[in-house]
Design a protein around this ligand. Structure first.
Ligand SMILES: NC(=O)c1ccc[n+]([C@@H]2O[C@H](COP(=O)([O-])OP(=O)(O)OC[C@H]3O[C@@H](n4cnc5c(N)ncnc54)[C@H](O)[C@@H]3O)[C@@H](O)[C@H]2O)c1
Length: 327
């Protein structure tokens, strides 16, 4: 039997804390070189792509694949989401599929968790003020991750190119974090200047964060650019950071934030201080001084999806949620 979990059912069992544990655990295993994660496989359709993302983490008893399609025109043409994902979790013992679940919500939450892992190890412990650019799905998820690892944050300056994104964002976030002041910023510059943590999660193709806006000791969580055509950070941000940390070096240099500076000759692979797994597993230190500027570029990894998916499967079995389908 295979357990089928709809998006609503995944939502019933998955919270940010569970996702964080799964993602942090996955990074640790990656740092210990105890995972199998082949490069993503792409199929190119006329109007989009299908991406297969398999991963196996023996010590976490997690194996499976995320299948995700990205069709940017879907909303307009078919009233369907641009990104649609399913995760299949397999038994390590005999290979049988154990669960098929919605992967869209898992992707949203695991990405917030990945940002939070970066903040836990790289941002100042006493961070007070946060700047957030992009108030969509990821804007919300990144705040949920942030508040898990830095619960004392009191002020978040928020910016979106669409002003209408601001009121619903404040309403949603205030309901979850009533003690936090969510203040609308007029520009990315206003959101960034003076912030201890800067989070970018937009699909922008034009870089909009400048290095000169970053204060001493700032941490940048760069989430939005996940393909070559997207870029949020100007090269000056990359140059200003004292520690550049990525989730996976080969993937980082494919996305716009790092690919373009590399093309310009401003950076190369040797300028990367660490992969996040090396820090989480204790092989390299995270932040070592209150004044250094740190940057985490997250591109998204199969271990995040499969680790979180395996956790969802375990929780759903425990809570008897989902529909058993015959093989
Ligand atoms: N790194 C990863 O693992 C990962 C995972 C999931 C999504 N993403 C990426 O994160 C980005 C955001 O995803 P989402 O699901 O939140 O999208 P979304 O459409 O829900 O929200 C994006 C928001 O960004 C705003 N925006 C666009 N350009 C902007 C700019 N220049 N300045 C400020 N705001 C701007 C939009 O108005 C919108 O409110 C996408 O590029 C997505 O592909 C990355």
């Amino acid at each position: 039997m295979v357990l089928y979990l709809t998006q609503d059912e995944v939502k019933q069992v998955l919270d940010m804390k569970s996702a964080f544990e799964a993602v942090e655990g996955g990074f640790r295993e990656m740092g210990n070189k105890a995972i199998e994660m082949p490069p993503r496989v792409y199929l190119h359709f006329p109007k989009g792509v299908l991406i297969a993302m398999p991963a196996y983490m023996p010590k976490l008893n997690a194996a499976g694949t995320k299948l995700v399609t990205v069709h940017p025109g879907n909303k307009k043409e078919y009233n369907l989401p641009a990104v649609q994902a399913k995760i299949i979790i397999n038994s390590i013992e005999n290979g049988s599929p154990l669960a098929i679940m919605d992967g869209t919500y898992v992707t949203a939450v695991r990405t917030g968790a990945a940002g939070a892992v970066g903040i836990k190890y790289l941002a100042r412990e006493d961070a007070k003020e946060v700047g957030l650019c992009g108030l969509g799905v990821q804007g919300r998820s990144q705040i949920m991750g942030l508040m898990l690892v830095r619960p004392k944050i009191k002020k978040v300056k928020i910016f979106d190119i669409l002003p209408e994104a601001i009121p619903p964002f404040i309403k949603d976030m205030k309901a979850m974090y009533p003690s936090v002041d969510f203040v609308a910023a007029k520009s990315a510059e206003e959101a960034t200047k003076g912030s201890d943590i800067v989070i970018t999660c937009t699909p922008s193709s034009t870089p909009f964060i400048k290095g000169e806006w970053l204060k001493k000791g700032a941490h940048v969580s760069a989430i939005g650019a996940d393909v070559a055509a997207k870029r949020e950070l100007e090269t000056s941000v990359i140059k200003k950071a004292n520690k550049l940390v990525v989730d996976f070096v080969p993937q980082a240099f494919v996305v716009g934030d790092f690919a373009k500076p590399k093309e310009e000759g401003a950076i190369s692979e040797k300028d990367i201080y660490a992969e996040m797994g090396e820090i989480v597993s204790g092989q390299k230190k995270g932040r070592t001084s209150p004044d250094e500027i740190t940057l985490f570029k997250a591109t998204g990894l199969a271990i995040e999806d499969v680790g979180t998916g395996a956790k969802v499967y375990g929780l759903a079995v425990k809570k008897k949620i989902g529909t058993e389908l015959p093989n």
